[in-house]
Design a protein around this ligand. Structure first.
Ligand code: P1T
Length: 367
């Protein structure tokens, strides 16, 4: 790898795999719990990888013309940020259609990168003309040189993860020696991953099972309200319910989400509260400033491990959890501010208050 990178796209991916030892200890796990920390990619999320891959593939196929093409994409924001970053560098215009529930921070980042942003009603069914997908299609029909790269159907979405995210995880685990203090099977024994388009989990699964460990257990995480989990009976009780976590879950099955039971072994449902509590756990104990769906992934991992004591209690087993984005995207969200700012005063905070109430040397009490 040359040390000087050509542009920000060269800083996409190659993210660290980080031990989550304190979380593991707090939950009585003997296995290794390892986080793939994707907010360290240049655009701030796991979706940078597919944005770069889809743009580069479209360029190879001659589908993009600098100065003319208008890249239009329906997205929950992160794919949009990756695309806007790539297109700022390469000279294409960008329009992002973004459901209302997605954060202001994502819209601001998109606009800062030069994209146009069109908000759409969150509750619109995916196949209605008002949804983020419907509005993108309408714009594409009318705008000259408009093109939808379509993360929901584009093979370069799962392929980017099969060729980069998966191999990076495998390489990190294989190259870290097993020591008496840190025992390791030196293979990925299980991987847990949330699903939106399903590109991340489908691509990583193929990398694991085809090239590394055919017995690696792949666990999908799907929020309550969504219908992606299999068997579908997992979804019936909560189907259609609104949820706050962004980026995972849908009311339709994206084409790039593998429905082959050999690819995704199991599914776990999670709710907002357990996801946001898990975000806080990662921040306080591991110092990792992750976003909401990272909390879903960790909450799903911990629930799943409850059902797999054979793995949870076995030293050296490597359980990887994909942490897709960072808190930058959610700093103004109520769930984050409530947990960060409006918490019970700690003993240390009470001590600070007591000290600062004492009169200063000149006898003047602070107000
Ligand atoms: O799409 P998928 O590879 O399944 O990744 C799911 C996911 C998880 N977490 C966050 C924060 C995400 O943004 C996503 C997926 N995001 C989009 C689909 C998008 O348009 O940004």
């Amino acid at each position: 790898m040359p040390q000087i990178l050509n542009n920000a796209l060269d800083a996409v991916g190659n993210t660290p795999l980080i031990r989550l030892d304190k979380v593991a200890m707090l939950h009585g796990l003997k296995c290794n719990l390892l986080g793939k920390v994707e907010f360290m990619s240049a655009g701030g999320s796991v979706k940078d990888r597919i944005a770069k891959a889809m743009v580069e593939a479209a360029e190879k196929e001659g589908k993009l013309i600098p100065g003319k093409s208008v890249v239009i994409e329906p997205t929950s924001g992160n794919t949009g940020i990756g695309l806007a970053m790539a297109c700022a560098i390469k000279g294409y215009s960008v329009i992002i259609t973004l459901p209302n529930k997605m954060s202001l921070e994502k819209e601001a980042a998109l606009r800062a990168l030069g994209a146009e942003v069109v908000r759409t009603p969150t509750e619109a069914a995916w196949d209605s003309s008002e949804s983020h997908i419907g509005v993108a299609r309408k714009l594409q029909k009318e705008i000259p040189y408009g093109i939808i790269l379509d993360q929901y159907g584009n093979v370069n979405n799962p392929l980017a993860h099969e060729l980069t995210t998966g191999p990076e995880i495998i390489e990190a685990v294989k190259s870290t020696p097993s020591t008496p203090a840190r025992v390791s099977s030196q293979k990925v024994d299980a991987i847990v991953c949330g699903a939106g388009t399903g590109g991340t989990i489908s691509g990583i699964s193929r990398a694991m099972k085809k090239t590394h460990n055919k017995d690696c257990i792949v666990v999908g995480v799907d929020p309550e309200g969504s219908i992606l989990a299999i068997p579908s009976s997992l979804n019936t009780k909560t189907e259609g319910a609104a949820y706050v976590v962004e980026g995972i879950g849908y009311d339709f099955i994206p084409d790039v989400l593998s429905r082959n039971p050999a690819d995704i072994d199991e599914w776990i449902k999670t709710n907002d509260n357990e996801a946001f509590d898990a975000v806080q756990l990662l921040m306080r104990n591991e110092g990792l400033l992750v976003g909401g769906s990272s909390g879903s992934a960790l909450a799903g991992t911990l629930k799943w491990l409850e059902t797999r004591k054979d793995i949870a209690e076995k030293e050296g087993q490597n359980v990887v959890v994909v942490l897709p984005d960072g808190i930058r995207n959610y700093m103004s969200k109520e769930w984050f501010l409530n947990r960060a700012l409006h918490r019970e005063p700690t003993p240390l905070a009470q001590n600070i208050a007591k000290i600062l109430q004492k009169p200063n040397k000149n006898g003047v009490e602070r107000t």
